[in-house]
Design a protein around this ligand. Structure first.
Ligand code: NAI
Length: 356
């Protein structure tokens, strides 16, 4: 079989740094392991379509390994080129870089798996950091120091405490729940969540969170919102101009889920007007974020490149998980059910929309 792993432009450097898939290779000897079984293993880049190494390999690729951090955007056209593709593994969590609708309609032999749970703690910790960075006005305060300045009043005038605030998560799955757990000791006024799946009563009790069924009510009551749901047709642009306008004036928004859940230009407008007091997170569309992406330059942002889910600890977990998926596939053993996003063309995950 031919297994193709997509590293980002400069993938060799990534390997040397043991970053992302480099970790899969270096720590687990993926190449040696696959080649000893008689498979062909290729590491490639996904540069501009005009110069895409990946496109050259797609027609005879059996298994594709990608990451969400430098995603290879597998649109319908590319999926059609990949005539032999049977298994697509996301080394991490979030497979929205595949056109899942297209797979559902036209690729009945393709399964998409990810390493569920592998980096959820890493992201939950980043969410907490992002919330604090925003409400403590950390970025300009730190910039004062490196610029040789000292103006306490100037930064204190936009600084708040988390205690006594209403904080809500869109999505109370693995990351959302861990965010609520980590918020609990801060003694917020209220912790709420918006999700079509309810937490079990004992889980709700553990974190003292209430489910809000109306999205409008959720938007209007939160001082801080964190987004922790997958990107698919129902969540693409969920935070559009209308939704942002329904948020409390002066509220903060943190998004470590996917960039395209938030409307790029509507957000810039809302932050510039001050309606949204600050925005932080690490996800963009597209990735890597172009130099002129306006979220890089808007005021009161705590943006970083997409790295929350790829801490060195997380890399080990998703590298191991990737190898386990491959092992199950080669030995015709069942996959961990929670890893299966699409099984033979059909959406299998409960997190990509309510089943009617
Ligand atoms: P999960 O599957 O455990 O939880 C997702 C939750 O979102 C589920 O409870 C689901 O019911 C809910 N949901 C789905 N559609 C919704 C909607 N329309 N409105 C409200 N809730 C909705 O997933 P997990 O592990 O918590 O990850 C969530 C997302 O975070 C991933 O899909 C991925 O996009 C992103 N992520 C980002 C990472 C990063 O490095 N920044 C790393 C890992 C995940």
């Amino acid at each position: 079989m031919k297994i193709v792993a997509v590293l980002y432009p400069g993938g060799q450097a990534a390997k040397e740094q043991s970053a992302m898939l480099g970790c899969v290779e270096n720590e687990l000897g993926l190449r040696e392991w696959l080649e000893s079984k008689g498979h062909t293993y290729v590491v490639t880049d996904d540069k501009e379509p005009s110069d895409s190494e990946l496109d050259k390999h797609l027609p005879d690729t059996d298994i594709l390994i990608t990451t969400p951090f430098h995603p290879a955007y597998m649109n319908g056209e590319r999926l059609e080129k990949a005539k032999k593709l049977k298994l697509a593994i996301t080394a991490g969590v979030g497979s929205d870089h595949y056109d899942l609708e297209h797979i559902h309609k036209h690729k009945p032999d393709l399964s998409v798996l990810e390493v569920t749970g592998s980096n959820v703690v890493s992201v939950a910790e980043h969410v907490l950091m992002s919330i604090l960075v925003l409400i403590k006005n950390f970025v300009p305060a730190h910039a004062q120091i490196t610029n040789g300045e000292w103006n306490v009043a100037n930064v204190a005038m936009r600084t708040y405490d988390l205690e006594d605030k209403v904080v809500g998560t869109v999505g109370a799955g693995r990351i959302g729940f861990r965010v609520l757990q980590r918020l609990l000791p801060f003694q917020c006024k209220e912790l709420v969540y918006f999700d079509y799946q309810s937490l079990a009563p004992e889980r709700e009790k553990e974190v003292g969170a209430k489910r809000v069924e109306s999205f409008d009510e959720f938007l209007s009551k939160c001082d801080i919102i964190t987004i922790n749901c997958p990107l698919y047709e129902r969540t693409r642009g969920l935070f559009n101009e209308q939704a942002l306008s329904k948020m409390k004036k002066g509220a903060y928004l943190v998004n470590t889920a996917r960039g395209a859940i938030v409307d790029r230009d509507a957000l810039v407008k809302a932050v510039n007007s001050g309606h949204i007091a600050g925005y932080a997170g690490d996800v963009w569309y597209p990735q890597p974020a172009p130099k002129d992406h306006p979220w890089r330059y808007m005021p009161n942002n705590g943006m970083t490149p997409h790295y929350s889910g790829t801490s060195l600890d997380a890399q080990k977990r998703y590298a191991l998980g990737t190898k386990e998926i491959l092992e199950a596939f080669f030995n015709d053993k069942p996959f961990r059910p929670e890893d299966v996003i699409v099984r033979a063309g059909a959406i299998a995950s409960a997190s990509y929309g309510e089943k009617k």
